[in-house]
Design a protein around this ligand. Structure first.
Ligand SMILES: N[C@@H](CCC(=O)N[C@@H](CS)C(=O)NCC(=O)O)C(=O)O
Length: 216
């Protein structure tokens, strides 16, 4: 049975899962969840995602939520097709990949998502962003991105010299923020080179141009 992705185009983690499915050449059926109707909190969706959020997947009766866990599952299940994306052979490479995974969540996503929520989501719901909070988040995110810049002077990608799932996790939120006028590339040549390479990948270009759409 074809894999089902429950997701919204407004959701950066949903778009991340779309990118990974594309990279791994896994066809999927999109089940669009309409935030304006609060569909994510319907009894059926809460039964699958108890926090009432997207994305989640259903794969032959197996339900999984949390975008990074979904990405790992897909990259592991389809290890022999598409882009590799997880170091499998070397224990230390795998540990560095884990380090990068948790670091992306703590040192990028936590601040970048709060900023996205404060600016984009509040505006979408007719609320006024708290400018002091926006400024504080921009400063903190900027200092975290300065550390990313240092990391990328020493290695090509976030977990080492090979592209992994972690690099692609940055793209949906970094580009959404750039559209809102907060470009994490600004003044950071190594971050710029790294992010531009990811943005130019076919997987992101497909999601960017068509949005999340069924491919099965
Ligand atoms: N850590 C989760 C985050 C999921 C998340 O925050 N989803 C948001 C959209 S980006 C959502 O469904 N919000 C609707 C709600 O909370 O009601 C992941 O990576 O999958």
């Amino acid at each position: 049975m074809v894999l089902k992705l429950y997701a919204s185009n407004l959701s950066p983690p949903s778009r991340y899962v779309g990118v990974i499915l594309h990279e791994k050449k896994v066809p999927f059926e999109l089940v669009h969840i309409e935030f304006s109707k609060n569909e994510q909190k319907s009894p059926a969706n809460l039964a699958n995602q108890p926090f009432g959020q997207v994305p989640y997947i259903e794969d032959d009766g197996f339900v999984l939520y949390e975008s990074r866990a979904i990405a790992r599952y897909i990259a592991t299940k389809y290890a022999n097709q598409g882009t590799k994306l997880i170091p499998t052979e070397d224990m230390k490479q795998r540990a560095l990949f884990d380090q990068a995974t948790f670091s992306e969540s703590a040192n990028f996503n936590d601040y970048a998502f709060q900023l996205y929520a404060e600016v984009f989501i509040k505006k979408a719901y007719g609320q006024i962003p708290d400018q002091a909070k926006v400024d504080e988040l921009k400063t903190t995110l900027g200092s975290k991105m300065d550390v990313h810049e240092q990391i990328l002077t020493k290695q090509k990608y976030i977990a080492g010299n090979e592209l992994t799932l972690v690099d692609l996790a940055y793209v949906p939120l970094a580009t959404a923020l750039s559209d809102l006028g907060v470009d994490v590339r600004e003044g950071r040549p190594y971050v710029t080179k790294w992010l531009n390479e990811l943005i130019n990948r076919e997987s992101w270009q497909a999601i960017k141009s068509k949005g999340l759409v069924s491919t099965a």
